[in-house]
Design a protein around this ligand. Structure first.
Ligand code: CDP
Ligand code: CDP
Length: 240
C-alpha cells in the first residue's frame, strides 16, 4: 500500500457492530466505506426475485454471468449498483433475504462473482479522493484484502447481538447465519491471524471507533491526531 492511502478491514459476525464502526471510522478519517454484506444481500434479493435458489446450478451460473457491478458513491458510502439499480436498503434487509443470504454467500461461484468488484473499491476510493478505504464483511482481512493496513475482528456476546437486532426491529436468525458463515468451506467467517480482536459487548460505539482510530494512528503517526471519536460518530457525519 502507498503510505498515504490506507485500507482497514473489519470482519465479524452478525450485529457485532461492523457497519456502525465502519461508518464512524469513514467519517472521521475521510475514508470510503464499503459494506460487503450489502453486496451479498443485493445479489440474493435479485436471485430470489428471479425465482432462483442456491441449489439451481446452471440457472444460477447464467444469472451470475449476467450481473453487472458498478459503484455509486453517496457521501462516504460506496453503494453497489447491480445491473443499473441501487436496491432499497429495506428490501435487502427483508426477512426473505435474511433467511437466504448465507446459503447464497456460501457458494464459491457467488464469491467468485463479487471478489474482483470488491477489490476494485480501493481504486474507486482513490479516484474519488478519499484517504483510504474501510471495508466490512466476513472475509475482508482473510481473502479480499489480506494486505490491509489494519484488520479488526469485532465480537460481541450472543445476547448483546440478539438484543441489538431486536432493537432495530428486525426478525433475523443471526445464530443460524453465523453458523453457516463460520462453517462454510470457502472464505469462512474467521479472524485473520494478524487481526486485532475487539469485544464490544460493553463498549459504546464511539469507544470502538476511537480504538480503531488509535490503532490507525499507530500505523501512520500523525495522520489522525486531531480526530475525535465524538465527531466521528455524530449523526451529522453519517453518510445518507
Ligand atoms: O448486517 P449483518 O452483519 O447481519 O450481515 P451483513 O454484513 O449484511 O451480511 C449478510 C450476509 O452476507 C452474511 O450473513 C454472510 O452470509 C454474507 N457475507 C459474506 O459471506 N461475506 C462478506 N464479506 C459479507 C457478508
Ligand atoms: O454491521 P453489523 O451487523 O455487524 O452491526 P451494526 O449494524 O453496526 O450494529 C448493530 C447495532 O448495534 C446498531 O444498532 C448499533 O448502533 C449497535 N452497536 C452498539 O450498540 N454498540 C457498538 N459498540 C456497536 C454497535
Amino acid at each position: 500500500m502507498s503510505e498515504d492511502f490506507q485500507i482497514v478491514a473489519i470482519d465479524g459476525g452478525a450485529a457485532s457492530g461492523k457497519s456502525s464502526t465502519a461508518r464512524g471510522v469513514a467519517a472521521a478519517a475521510n475514508f470510503l466505506h464499503v459494506d460487503t454484506g450489502s453486496h451479498y444481500r443485493a445479489l440474493t434479493l435479485r436471485a430470489l426475485t428471479e425465482g432462483l435458489s442456491p441449489q439451481k446450478g446452471t440457472a444460477l451460473d447464467r444469472f451470475l454471468a449476467g450481473l453487472r457491478f458498478e459503484t455509486e458513491v453517496r457521501g462516504q458510502c460506496a453503494c453497489l449498483r447491480l445491473n443499473g439499480d441501487v436496491p432499497d436498503a429495506a428490501d435487502i434487509r427483508s426477512d426473505a433475504v435474511n433467511a437466504a443470504v448465507s446459503d447464497f454467500a456460501a457458494l464459491p461461484a457467488v464469491r467468485d462473482a463479487v471478489r474482483a468488484y470488491q477489490r476494485d473499491q480501493a481504486a474507486v476510493a482513490r479516484k474519488h479522493g478519499f484517504k483510504g478505504l474501510v471495508m466490512e464483511g466476513r472475509d475482508i482481512g482473510t481473502v479480499i484484502f489480506p494486505e490491509a493496513d489494519l484488520k479488526i475482528f469485532l465480537e460481541a456476546d450472543a445476547s448483546t447481538r440478539a438484543a441489538r437486532r431486536k432493537d432495530e426491529g428486525q426478525t433475523d436468525t443471526i445464530d443460524n447465519r453465523d453458523r453457516i458463515d463460520s462453517t462454510r468451506a470457502t472464505a469462512p467467517l474467521t479472524a485473520a491471524p494478524d487481526a486485532v480482536r475487539i469485544d464490544n459487548s460493553n463498549i459504546p460505539l464511539d469507544g470502538v471507533v476511537a480504538e480503531v482510530l488509535r490503532l490507525l494512528q499507530q500505523r501512520a503517526p500523525g495522520s489522525y491526531a486531531n480526530v475525535s471519536a465524538a465527531s466521528a460518530c455524530s449523526e451529522r457525519n453519517r453518510p445518507r
